[in-house]
Write a protein that binds this ligand. Structure first.
Ligand code: NAD
Length: 503
C-alpha cells in the first residue's frame, strides 16, 4: 500500500510548499511520479557572501563552547531526527526515488553519526610525546578550522551532509552546505530541524548555513579562501574541478567521488550469499550508490551456474513506486540519467557485450514517471572501455577469470578505487585479497558485498574516488588543525644542535 501523503509530510517538516515559481526559486520534481514537490529560494551571490560572513562570525562563538557541550547540541539534533525519521525518510524516498526502507535507512545513518559525534566530542585526543630535553613537555592538540563547506550529491541527499556536519560541529567548526540542486527539499527539512535545536539552545543560526543552487555556488565555495576546508561528494568530474580550485588557494579538501565497484566470486564461494550480495549491490537505489556493485568477476568453473541463478533472480525483481515497500527498485533521478543508462547499454553492445538480462525504459500505469528502467546484466570483456567508467544506473557487468591474481588485476584496473569485495570461504584467498597484493580500494570486504558502509569506519576511496575519508575512525582529524606544542618548565633554554650564546 502507498499510504504516504506527501503534503502532510511537508507540513510536518515545515517546508514552505506555497513558494511560487520565479526566476529566484528552484523547483524540485519527484522522480517517483514527476510531480512538483515545492520550490525553494535560490541563493544569490550576494546572499552567499553574506552567509559565509555570518558563518565566520558564528565560528568565533561556537569554537569557545567546550566540545562536550557542542556534542550535547548534536545529541539534540539526533533526537530531532529520531522524532522525524518517518517523515524525513519518506521525503528522501519521494524526492530522490530510493525505496522507502532506504529512505528510513538514510535517516538512521544521520542519527547514528550524531551518536558517534556525541561520543567523539569527549575525545578528539592528541598525543603526548617524550621530549628529548629535560623538564620539557611535548604534546599535540587539535583546534577547529573555521567554516567547513559541504557540497553533496543527489543520491544520499542528507546522510552525506550529516556525516560531515555532525563531525565538523563537535570539532568546533561552523558549516555551509550546498546540497544537490536535484534534492533541495530534503536539505531544507534538515535545516529546519537543526535551526529549531539551535534556537532552543541560543546557538547562532549560522553555525549551520544552507545555500541552494547549482554548481556555480559550489564553484564560489571552492574558490573562497574564507572556507578552509571543502568536503565535496559527487562525480569525479566535479571533484577534479573543486580540487584544483581549492589547491590553488592551498585550502584543504575531502573528496568523495565516483566508484566502480567489483565483487570477486571465487570457486570457494557460498553461492547463496554471493547471489544476495550481488543483487543487493547492483540494484539497490537503482544502481545509484557510489558503492553500487557494477562488476562481478566470477571464477570460470562456476561462471555459468552463477550466471543462470543471477538471471533467474533478476526475474523476481519488483520495479515500481519506491514508496510501496513491496518494490525493490524505484526510478532513476531524472530523464538525463535515463538517457545515460540507455546510451551505456548501446555502447556495451558496440564493445562486444552480450545482454543476459535485457534493459530498457518502462512505461505504463505502474511507472508514473519517465524515469523507471529495468536493471540489466551484461557479459563484458574486462578490457572494454565502458566498464572502466561509472554509469550511475542498474547495469551489472559479468566477467570471467581463471586465477585470483587475474581477478584482482581486473578489479584494480579501473581509474576508481572506492569499494571492493571477495566472496570466498577460503582463508588464503581472502587474505590475499586483503594483502598489499590485493584490492587497491578504500573499502575491501570479505563475504559482504560492496554496497553501503557502517558509520563507525572511515569511508572513502583511492585514485579517482578522491582519497578523502569521512565519518568514523579518525576521519575527524581532517576537520581540525594539529598543533604541536613544547613547554619548557626548566630554568634553562637548551638550544638545538648544542648551540651556545655568550650573552
Ligand atoms: P555531481 O558531481 O553532478 O554533483 C554533486 C554536487 O557537486 C552537486 O551539489 C553539484 O551542484 C556540485 N557540483 C557539480 N559540479 C561542480 C563544480 N564544478 N564545482 C563545484 N560544485 C559542483 O554528482 P551527482 O550526480 O549529484 O552524484 C553522483 C556522483 O556522486 C557519482 O559519481 C557518485 O559515485 C558520487 N558519490 C560519491 C560518494 C562517495 O562517498 N564517494 C557518495 C555519493 C555520491
Amino acid at each position: 500500500m502507498i499510504s504516504i501523503a506527501i503534503s502532510s509530510v511537508l507540513k510536518r517538516l515545515k517546508i514552505r510548499s506555497h513558494l511560487p515559481s520565479t526566476s529566484t526559486t528552484l523547483a524540485s520534481y519527484s522522480p517517483v511520479d514527476g510531480q512538483l514537490i515545492a520550490h525553494v529560494v535560490q541563493t544569490t551571490e550576494a546572499s552567499y557572501q553574506n552567509q559565509v560572513e555570518q558563518a565566520n562570525q558564528a565560528f568565533s562563538t561556537w569554537k569557545q563552547i567546550p566540545a562536550p557541550k557542542r556534542g550535547e547540541i548534536v545529541r539534540q539534533i539526533g533526537t530531532a531526527l529520531r522524532a522525524h525519521k518517518e517523515d524525513l525518510g519518506a521525503l528522501v524516498s519521494y524526492e530522490m526515488g530510493k525505496s522507502l526502507q532506504e529512505g528510513y535507512g538514510e535517516v538512521q545513518e544521520m542519527i547514528d553519526i550524531c551518536d558517534f559525534a556525541v561520543g567523539l566530542s569527549r575525545q578528539l585526543y592528541g598525543l603526548t610525546t617524550q621530549s628529548e630535553r629535560p623538564q620539557h613537555r611535548m604534546y599535540e592538540q587539535w583546534h577547529p578550522l573555521g567554516v567547513v563547506g559541504i557540497i553533496s550529491a543527489f543520491n544520499f541527499p542528507v546522510a552525506v551532509w550529516s556525516w560531515n556536519a555532525a563531525i565538523a560541529w563537535v570539532c568546533g567548526n561552523t558549516c555551509i552546505w550546498k546540497p544537490s540542486e536535484k534534492t533541495p527539499i530534503t536539505a531544507e527539512a534538515c535545516q529546519q530541524l537543526v535551526q529549531a535545536v539551535f534556537t532552543k539552545n541560543q546557538i547562532p543560526q549560522a553555525v549551520s548555513c544552507l545555500i541552494q543552487g547549482d554548481a556555480s555556488l559550489g564553484t564560489l565555495m571552492a574558490n573562497d579562501s574564507r572556507i578552509p576546508l571543502i568536503s565535496a561528494t559527487g562525480s569525479t568530474r566535479m571533484g577534479k574541478s573543486v580540487a584544483q580550485a581549492v589547491a590553488t588557494r592551498l585550502g584543504k579538501s575531502i573528496l568523495e567521488l565516483g566508484g566502480n565497484n567489483a565483487i570477486i566470486i571465487t570457486q570457494h564461494t557460498d553461492l547463496d550469499t554471493a547471489l544476495l550480495a550481488s543483487i543487493f549491490g547492483a540494484i539497490g537505489t537503482a544502481g545509484q550508490r557510489c558503492t553500487s556493485t557494477r562488476r562481478l568477476i566470477i571464477h570460470a568453473s562456476i561462471y555459468e551456474q552463477f550466471k543462470q541463478r543471477l538471471v533467474k533472480a533478476y526475474q523476481q525483481i519488483r520495479i515500481g513506486n519506491p514508496l510501496d515497500e513491496k518494490n525493490h527498485v524505484g526510478p532513476l533521478i531524472d530523464e538525463q540519467a535515463v538517457q545515460t543508462y540507455l546510451s551505456t547499454i548501446e555502447q556495451c553492445k558496440k564493445e562486444g557485450g552480450k545482454l543476459v538480462v535485457e534493459g530498457g525504459l518502462l512505461s505504463g500505469p505502474n511507472y508514473p514517471s519517465s524515469c523507471y528502467v529495468k536493471p540489466c546484466v551484461v557479459e563484458m570483456p574486462p578490457t572494454s572501455k565502458i566498464t572502466h567508467q561509472e554509469t550511475f544506473a542498474p547495469i551489472l557487468y559479468l566477467m570471467k577469470y581463471d586465477t585470483l591474481e587475474e581477478a584482482i588485476a581486473i578489479q584494480n584496473h579501473v581509474p576508481q578505487g572506492l569499494s571492493s569485495a571477495i566472496m570466498t570461504l577460503n582463508l588464503k584467498e581472502a587474505e590475499h585479497f586483503l594483502s598489499v597484493n590485493g584490492s587497491d580500494c578504500g573499502i575491501a570486504n570479505v563475504n559482504i558485498g560492496t554496497s553501503g558502509a557502517e558509520i563507525g569506519g572511515a569511508f572513502g576511496g583511492e585514485k579517482e574516488t578522491g582519497g578523502g575519508r569521512e565519518s568514523g575512525s579518525d576521519a575527524w582529524k581532517a576537520y581540525m588543525r594539529r598543533q604541536t606544542t613544547t613547554i619548557n618548565f626548566s630554568d634553562k633554554l637548551p638550544l638545538a644542535q648544542g648551540i651556545k650564546f655568550d650573552l
